[in-house]
Design a protein. Structure first.
Lengths: 324, 257
């Protein structure tokens, strides 16, 4: 009996176990390739400075993918929220207000995405792709390739909350990322909402028959991602102390690669927050690792691709398949 | 239809009057009048595509009717929905079982009715314990390989039916609607389902048993309603008609038109 319980337990955390092993293997390879760089804390400090946004976005897109949809518009949501925050901060208004406005605009964009997908019944792949271009276009129209400098606010308390280095080493934004991942983990596995997301993604009709408001659940997943994209927008504006019209660009493929690398399947119904976080960490270290291993930056994309395909093959071999 | 005697009370438990429903120019139901009394077991029989599933989806609030009204204990129900039906104590075991394949038995049993605290956090331990109890007592799952953590996709058709029916019984319902509960089941498993229907009667609950197999429904029901091409063709008290007569009557109905 204990053997069966143990086997069930292993089966439940199979995906998480797999990605953890993959991360250990990856880091071991890097350490063997260049022990001087990867046994030094400074490489981790520099990666941890930029990693939080990637982790937060990857963990929150799990909800959208588990509900059976996809959202490609979040890089532009980041830009939009960062722009709102910077505008409000630059004219000297309370930055907390700017922060709340950034989250609200993120939630609003998510709400619009959700309405388009659920009420107008458009494919989320196409409609959020449209939203990606539309919002980015809007930012370019209003900013006209100008930049907003936030350098004079660098010493304010609000900036410190997000960019302080504990002991002069550990970037505090990494703690934010850890808190948010824990929050999302609880929301996904322990809260009613997370269960509803999984049921909706697994079998829309069953969920509807059991009285779950499926449209509203989907809208909420888009809003959740929007809010955390807004958070990342603020984070990005604060870390760079500068706002470019391109803020947020470049996250799209990294986040999607990280979430699938982390073991969340493409067909919806299940997902893993822990795997997403580990996937994001792997994606964050690949670039540094490749350069650190003595290869030039030209190899980065090649290795991204290689690692993604290899890990998806591993998930398949480990038995992650459409029907159990 | 109107002269059919109700069992215990003059006010029916659930009644629909003049219900019509169409899907993109196809009229699925035409002027349906149907009622069920307290502690009554009604068999709803019809060929494939007769409109049985549409009718029960209206009764359980999944679709709203185009015209007509739904009455619960004599009161007209406005804005009838799945939630409203659930509040009234109607539980439906749908043809597709309303299960999610990639999730565990305990998650499926409490789907849409999670035991939560004030923050909305699910009491997983309690749900698992309750599921285990339910599986032992109601489903009579004896295999030690099936635990509350077992994934639904790994169960057989009969076991899935067991989960769906036990779920209905757990949430103390007044009216249980079974949509094709015996479809695709072996003889032994069909027997289990019929025993369950007898349990419903002895618990004092009502049940609508939908099937196209007359021989499954006849032993357990008190009244039989035949539905054909979106209309109620006829309705019989079981005591007044033998199974042979009923079979002939059904074949006649199917040949007309």
């Amino acid at each position: 009996m204990n053997k069966i319980l143990f086997r069930n337990k292993i089966r439940q955390i199979k995906i998480e176990l797999g990605v953890s092993i993959a991360l250990i293997v990856l880091m071991s390879v890097f350490i063997i390739a260049n022990p001087r760089v990867f046994l030094d804390y400074r490489v981790y400090v520099s990666v941890f400075t930029v990693l939080p946004s990637l982790i937060i976005l990857t963990a929150s897109i799990v909800f959208v993918i588990a509900s059976g949809e996809i959202d490609l518009s979040f890089p532009s949501t980041i830009g939009m929220s960062a722009w709102f925050f910077s505008m409000i901060a630059a004219i000297g208004t309370n930055m907390i207000f700017g922060f709340i406005a950034a989250l609200a605009i993120g939630a609003f964009i998510g709400f619009i995405n959700g309405i388009i997908v659920t009420k107008l019944k458009l494919s989320s792949l196409v409609s959020t792709l449209g939203m990606l271009f539309l919002l980015r276009g809007l930012i370019h129209i209003v900013m006209k390739s100008n930049q907003i400098s936030l350098l004079n606010l660098r010493d304010s308390l609000f900036f410190k909350i997000f960019t302080y280095k504990i002991n002069g080493i550990f970037p505090v934004q990494m703690l934010w990322a850890i808190f948010i991942v824990i929050f999302l983990w609880v929301l996904f596995y322990k809260h009613k909402f997370g269960s509803y997301v999984m049921y909706v993604g697994d079998n829309l009709i069953s969920a509807k028959e059991m009285g779950i408001n499926v449209d509203w659940v989907k809208i909420k997943t888009f809003m959740l991602l929007g809010i955390f994209a807004g958070f990342c927008g603020v984070l990005s504006a604060i870390i760079n102390a500068y706002l470019w019209p391109t803020t947020g660009e470049g996250y799209l493929l990294l986040v999607l690669a990280a979430v699938f690398l982390g073991g969340t399947p493409t067909w919806g119904g299940i997902g893993t927050i822990y795997g997403a976080a580990i996937g994001a960490i792997m994606m964050g270290f690949i670039e540094t690792g490749i350069v650190g291993a003595g290869l030039t930056g030209y190899y980065t994309q090649f290795f991204y691709g290689l690692i993604i395909i290899l890990s998806l093959i591993c998930h398949r071999i480990a038995g992650l398949k459409k029907k159990y | 239809m109107n002269n059919v005697k109700m069992n215990n009370s003059s006010v029916p438990l659930l009644e629909v009057k003049n219900i019509s429903k169409s899907f993109e120019n196809v009229l699925a139901l035409k002027n349906i009048n149907f009622k069920i009394g307290e502690n009554e077991i009604v068999g709803l029989i019809g060929d494939n595509g007769a409109g049985k599933s549409t009718l029960i989806k209206i009764l359980s609030g999944v679709f709203g009717p185009d015209t007509g009204g739904i009455y619960w204990k004599g009161f007209l129900q406005k804005n009838y929905s799945v939630t409203k039906a659930k509040e009234n104590g109607i539980t439906t075991v749908f043809q597709d079982r309303a299960l999610t394949d990639q999730h565990s038995i305990w998650r499926n049993i409490f789907m849409g009715r999670e035991i939560t605290n004030f923050l909305g956090l699910v009491n997983i331990r309690m749900e698992k314990d309750e599921s285990l109890k339910l599986m032992k007592v109601k489903m009579k799952f004896t295999s030690k390989f099936i635990t509350p953590d077992t994934i639904i996709g790994n169960l057989s058709g009969g076991e899935r039916q067991g989960v769906a029916i036990s779920r209905a019984l757990y949430f103390d319902s007044n009216l249980i609607i079974l949509d094709e509960p015996t479809a695709g089941l072996s003889l032994v498993e069909t027997e289990k389902v019929l025993n369950f229907v007898k349990d419903i009667k002895s618990c004092g609950k009502s049940c609508i048993f939908i099937t196209h197999n007359l021989f499954h429904v006849y032993p357990v029901v008190e009244r039989i309603v035949i539905i054909d091409r979106g209309e109620i063709a006829c309705s019989y008290e079981k005591s007044k008609i033998s199974i042979e007569e009923l079979e002939n009557r059904m074949q006649e109905i199917c040949r007309i038109k």
